[in-house]
Design a protein around this ligand. Structure first.
Ligand SMILES: [Zn+2]
Length: 68
């Protein structure tokens, strides 16, 4: 999870690619981070065409998607 949006993560040889989990719905937001330091974002385009999904953390520490 990054800035309230969820992403699919894909590892490549030199970097980690993050694709918005709504990519199939046409959202083009993605970002690229350093493979050795995943928190170091090298480039990003975070223009989502939708609102962030709402998540709620349970007592057990799990994140569940909240249906609106
Ligand atoms: Zn998105």
């Amino acid at each position: 999870m990054f800035k309230n949006y969820t992403y699919w993560i894909r590892h490549t040889r030199s970097s980690i690619l993050w694709y918005c989990s709504s990519r199939k719905a046409g959202c083009r937001a993605s970002l690229r981070s350093n493979r050795d330091k995943p928190t170091l974002v090298m480039s990003s385009s975070l223009e989502h065409n939708h609102d962030p999904p709402r998540y709620h953390q349970t007592k057990e520490g799990m994140w569940v998607k909240v249906k609106i």
